[in-house]
Design a protein around this ligand. Structure first.
Ligand code: COA
Length: 260
């Protein structure tokens, strides 16, 4: 399917989703949010896609935030609806997807851009990337999950400092805080993301999905993540992949998982 604001590329079992509004530093307008939902829904459904790498077009930005030009006309109802739609159709949708998603942060990841990266399962940044949640300088707060996901990743004190100052931090600072998993040179960014994802894709897909669900449930209010882990662990024993994994180990050969 062709998109106006996204490029889709496939490399083996990896699907690239590239936000392609370079002249606006890949800012997320409503149309891009809608396309992201469609692109992720397609990737999660497509049996030929094992996982996704999301990045931004060009050298300068991953995503420089939600599209500020579209905010101008919104009222209380419109702002609430915008946030809710984003949460359900893109940010929570990615986080709760059954396939691994890696954000390759190739430049500015601000506001909705950092929130998008934080909804992914793993973040890798190029060493020239800058990250922040600058919404309070617009009279807003983060509305695509930033207050919650940043706090979970870096702790309450640092999250409040970043959100209240609106300051950007560098990639090495983000690494130090645990906001990103790895920092590499711009040339190494996509190869590093591919290496990591290709390694994950050699593992049992249903077990990967069960791990994502169990980890996510641990951060969910009113949900017992330990209970989810017990249930998901048990379910793994009913899979063909479990039998294959054990047989391969005992037979001293490489496992060939089918995601069944
Ligand atoms: N929404 C809409 N347009 C945006 C945007 C956003 N979040 N971020 C950048 N753009 C647009 C600019 O308006 C400009 O468009 P124009 O050429 O038509 O005027 C273009 O992208 C290039 O940005 P520019 O500001 O000229 O680049 P810069 O190198 O001087 O500054 C930033 C880069 C990232 C520091 C700056 O663009 C910025 O602060 N962006 C907003 C970040 C933000 O507050 N995000 C949170 C939104 S909730």
């Amino acid at each position: 399917m062709a998109f106006e604001n996204l490029l889709i590329e496939n490399k083996g079992r990896i699907q690239y989703i590239i936000i392609n509004r370079e002249s606006k530093l890949n800012a997320l307008n409503k149309a891009t949010i809608a396309e992201l939902h469609t692109a992720f829904a397609d990737a999660f459904k497509n049996p030929e896609v094992g996982g996704v790498i999301i990045t931004g077009a060009g050298q300068k930005a991953f995503v420089a935030g939600a599209d500020i030009a579209e905010f101008a006309s919104l009222d209380i109802k419109g702002g609430t609806e915008l946030a809710l739609l984003g949460h359900t159709t893109v940010f929570d949708f990615i986080e709760n997807g059954k396939k691994p998603v890696i954000a390759a942060i190739n430049g500015f990841a601000l506001g909705g851009g950092l929130e998008l990266a934080m909804a992914c399962h793993i973040r890798i940044a190029s060493d020239n990337a800058k990250m922040g949640l600058p919404e309070v300088s617009l009279g807003l707060i983060p509305g695509y999950g930033g207050t919650q996901r940043l706090t979970r990743l870096v702790g309450k004190g640092k999250a409040l400092e970043m959100i209240m100052t609106a300051d950007m931090i560098t990639a090495p600072e983000a690494l130090n805080l645990g906001l990103v998993n790895h920092v590499v040179s711009p040339e190494e960014l996509l190869p590093k993301a591919e290496d990591l994802l290709n390694k994950i894709l050699t593992r049992a897909p249903l077990a990967i999905a069960a791990a994502i669900k169990s980890v996510n449930d641990g951060t969910r209010d009113g949900v017992n993540g330990f209970g989810t882990e017990v249930k998901e662990f048990g379910k793994c024993f009913g899979t063909e992949d479990f039998k294959e994994g054990v047989a391969a180990f005992l037979g001293k050969r490489k496992a060939e998982f089918k995601g069944k």
